[in-house]
Design a protein around this ligand. Structure first.
Ligand SMILES: [Zn+2]
Length: 265
């Protein structure tokens, strides 16, 4: 029967089905979001992707860097609510000041980042922010928004067909996983997602015993570094995906009283 529905109606049905099985709440900010992928599916994708990266990118053996990343990472891991986490913190040999986190608790830090972070607290600001994107499940949310707004008819009808045959939300998750790796390579988060990650990152810092005010200083150093690095083409991926501007810094400062209320430094 459904097959004969007009496309628009099918998409409405798809949206209804997806929202019913995939509406979740972001911890701490309380924002309701729509996310089609189950947390365990996300974690599996993150794990696979991280293994690939470890095989293709040189891993740093610098003892000071590795000690710092393990120390800060483990301290933050105690307070960051990542579902199905199998925490792993790896330093990659790469001069660009960059870091990333994948679902399942996989975190990579480039050797080039340490010139900007400068201390445990600075590093905690970056890791807290990156893991916040994972906690708030921003990549999946981005992917879902893109898929729904462009109305991928083929995927939509396939999801509906499977869903009506199987009658389970799990099928929706598996279908979403087909787009798998794409999820982990979101080119750019939305502005609101960046602000949310800044806020969550500051909370995690505070809860783990790091002064959250250092996050503001960290982003200012990043902005300054970009100014002095001159050549626009040298702007690292991190800054093109994390644009730092006055509004963003002001928003983080405005949030600071709440973060500081949880800081027992
Ligand atoms: Zn970010």
């Amino acid at each position: 029967m459904r097959r004969s529905f007009p496309l628009q109606l099918s998409l409405v049905s798809l949206a209804t089905v997806l929202v019913a099985v995939a509406c979740t709440t972001v911890p701490d900010t309380g924002r309701r979001q729509f996310n089609p992928l189950a947390p365990n599916e996300e974690a599996k994708l993150g794990l696979t992707e991280f293994e690939k990266m470890k095989q293709s990118k040189p891993i740093s053996r610098n003892a000071a860097y590795n000690d710092q990343v393990q120390r800060v990472g483990q301290q933050l891991a105690r307070v960051m609510p990542v579902p199905n986490a199998q925490w792993e913190f790896v330093v990659f040999e790469d001069n660009s000041p960059n870091a990333f986190a994948l679902p399942g608790g996989k975190v990579g830090v480039h050797t080039g980042l340490f010139q900007i972070t400068q201390s445990d607290t600075g590093l905690a600001a970056v890791i807290g922010h990156e893991v916040a994107h994972v906690v708030a499940r921003h990549s999946g949310e981005r992917m879902a928004q893109a898929a729904l707004s462009t109305g991928v008819a083929a995927v939509a009808s396939e999801v509906l067909r499977r869903n009506s045959e199987m009658g389970t939300g799990g099928q929706v998750a598996s279908t979403a996983a087909i787009g798998g790796a794409a999820l982990l390579h979101v080119q750019r988060f939305s502005r609101n997602q960046e602000l949310e990650a800044d806020q969550l990152g500051a909370l995690y810092m505070a809860r783990a015993g790091y002064d959250p005010r250092e996050s503001v200083a960290l982003w200012k150093r990043f902005a300054a570094w970009r100014q002095t690095s001159g050549n626009v083409s040298k702007t690292p991926a991190f800054l093109s995906t994390h644009p730092v501007d006055e509004v963003r810094i002001a928003e983080l400062e405005r949030f600071m009283p709440r973060a500081l209320s949880e800081y027992r430094g």
